[in-house]
Design a protein around this ligand. Sequence first.
Ligand SMILES: [Zn+2]
Length: 118
Amino acid sequence: MEQNFVERMDKSLSELKAGIISNLIAGNEDFKNIVEGMDPKDLADVASDDIDRKMIEAIGSQELKQLKLIDSALTRIKQGRYGLCIKCGKHIPEDRLEAIPYALMCIECKTAEERRNR
Ligand SMILES: [Zn+2]
């Protein structure tokens, strides 16, 4: 995976994450207090694992799920494994990552998983 592309995805993931968190802050007083208590350098530094413990009741599970995916993707960038499917290890096409920067699986594995969950 090209370094430029990964850096661009890293940036858009951080922005996406900060956006979700600031939306949650705007809509939820409890959440705001908790985030302020964490005193993050910037919103993208808020760890979704901490959110899990303290805020699961304050925020919707949909947002939490998305934040966790974003954190996983950011971790995989740090590990140098971004863009590789977590199931089969194949490269995830760049256009899929452009559309969903936090995609962790290739379309084949994702489809197979959704079929299993149904
Ligand atoms: Zn796969």
